[in-house]
Design a binder for this molecule. Structure first.
Ligand code: GLN
Length: 275
């Protein structure tokens, strides 16, 4: 069986994702996985229709959503994620687009795809520290014995964080719609609305960036970091996965390997339930 994985290629770091996906697939094949993968750039509705799974890369979420709207891709993307529930992973700008609500948006905002019942805060780390790299501990990688459990090199570039979990409602997140400078994902069609009911309602926290106090404590400072929670930088809800950081800008294939396995699992599950 050949599985087609697309990378939305309207703007941003899509080529980098393709490079890591190919390396991750080679690794999986070296581990005995028999399915073959095809990786493809997605710029239009026909290309999206070929895909079993999709990555939305980092870049500029406003630009990606504008070009997607111009290409007539926004509704098909919503259907891909929420109605067909095909595995989708967003990195940085991609996470913003996959959230049901985002704040700190420009006037007029951007259109969201949605799929994750969370609100993200764009450019969370502010202007002074727009980019940084931090070692992060990702417990989900540890479930895979074939990969190393070293911390993951997290590259954060004007990164969003998940700042609120939203109730799993049918249709639009009305409560969030009233908040200034916040945009919400629309539910334009009845199909979208019904689909919400069938989506997983549970958001899993997949990664946390420890706060400054914890970091200081780890470096030996005498501070009480006990209560500090840190920032949520990776979440999953059913087949929708989002990370604030950019694994595609590193040479570390571990998250791509893990995600391709999730894709295989989702496809197996679907085949089992339809047979
Ligand atoms: N903050 C950017 C946005 O709003 C995302 C940055 C990124 O993808 N590196 O789109």
């Amino acid at each position: 069986m050949t599985i087609t994985v697309g990378v939305l290629a309207l703007q941003g770091a899509f080529l980098e994702h393709l490079v890591l996906l190919k390396r991750a697939a080679q690794y999986l094949q070296s581990q005995g996985i028999t399915e073959s993968f095809e990786f493809t750039e997605v710029r239009n509705v026909d290309q999206l229709a070929q895909c079993d799974a999709l990555i939305i890369p980092g870049g500029e979420s406003t630009t990606i959503s504008l070009v997607a709207a111009q290409s007539g891709l926004l509704e098909p993307l919503r259907e891909f994620v929420k109605v067909d529930r095909k595995p989708t992973w967003g990195t940085c700008a991609g996470l913003i687009l996959l959230s049901e609500a985002a704040n700190a948006t420009k006037k007029g905002g951007q259109e969201l795809i949605g799929g994750l019942d969370v609100r993200v805060n764009r450019n969370h780390f502010g202007r002074q520290v727009e980019s940084f790299q931090a070692d992060i501990d990702l417990p989900f990688l540890k479930s895979d014995e074939s990969v190393s459990d070293d911390p993951f090199p997290g590259v954060f570039i004007r990164a969003p964080v998940v700042e609120k979990f939203l109730p799993h409602v049918e249709g639009i997140q009305l409560g969030e719609q009233q908040v200034a400078q916040t945009v919400v994902a629309p539910a334009k069609s009845a199909k979208d609305n019904q689909a919400r009911g069938a989506m997983s309602s549970h958001v899993d926290i997949m990664g946390i960036l420890p706060g400054r106090l914890k970091k200081a404590a780890a470096m030996g400072a005498a501070v009480d970091a006990g209560e500090e929670v840190g920032d949520i930088i990776a979440v999953r809800q059913g087949n929708v996965f989002g990370t604030s950081f950019h694994p595609e800008l590193t040479s570390d294939i571990r998250i791509h390997v893990w995600w391709l396995k999730q894709v295989l699992g989702a496809i197996d599950k679907r085949a089992a339930s339809s047979s």
